[in-house]
Ligand binder design. Sequence first.
Ligand SMILES: [Zn+2]
Length: 353
Amino acid sequence: MHSAKLLLLFICRSAGLFRIAAWLTRDKLKILCYHGFALRDEAKFRPKMFIEADLFESRLATIQRYAMQVLPLDRAIDQLYTHALAKRAVTITIDDGLHSVRELAVPRLQRYGFPATVYVTTYYVENANPVFRLAVQYMFWKTHKREVAFTNVIWSADKVIDLGDPAQRNQATWDCIHYGERECTEQTRVAMCQALGDLLEVPYADIVRSKILQLMTPEELRSLAAANVSIELHTHRHTFPSDDQARAAREIADNRSAFKRWLDIDTHHFCYPSGVYEECQWPWLDAMGVKSSTTCDPGLNSAKTPRHGLRRFLDGQNIHQLEFEAALTGFSDLLRALRGSRKARAEHRAQPF
Ligand SMILES: [Zn+2]
């Protein structure tokens, strides 16, 4: 974040404005969103997606310091739409279901007595390999090689990639991902990862052993209930097409049936994969008995917020502590509203008579 903005936030916090904002927005539901927790160097690899365990713990301490009430998602949604929301309500959500959730996040949540919800995508629980897309991106990020020669590989014509050129590196990463996702079976994708790891000198076996890019096993998922962490829907294959209702419905059905099989639980809350959604999907979700759906749109939630358009704040290693506090207390939203109305007024003034 820009240092001028951080300075402004620092001054506002020092002046007590964050505490005032928390009071002014006490009737709104704040939903936090996390993905993975760093077992190794993941927070350097994808700072928006991963967070170091220490930083996550300091976020929990911040939530406690502001006397926020951390509610389980199901209760928060019920209270929100019956106009009975607890004051200073916050809900903690975690997307995808990476192994590090069980390893690093759950013990810390338990220490603070905070409930949470994990939206789990089930394909990679069933196929216990590192998430293909992430593994490819990680290897292209991690490699110390300056160039790599692709000869006789299935995903590319023979060529030499200059890894020092970000555009070439990016193109090669996505060519590999698209080929694997569109053309290959799971087994072939694993073989591709092994071959790519050898070429880039980032051993795939190390990635597998470290579990940094793997999801929880059914046993690990089962252990979450005792820690007051609920499991909810995130599709089976991490996709929710807006142009194909039957396929979208199948994604939810497959996701649900996996939970039923492994955990014998019923699931009623949903999170859009990658936060991508269209309003045309809302009736589909209603028809499937989904009670709420979270997006990656920032903002606070009230009873007027559409059930399938709930807003969240995405936290990660890239978020400064001041920025987190501003979001948690609702200060950043008040600021946004102020700016928005000022802009609207300015636009209104600019209208010709
Ligand atoms: Zn996701």
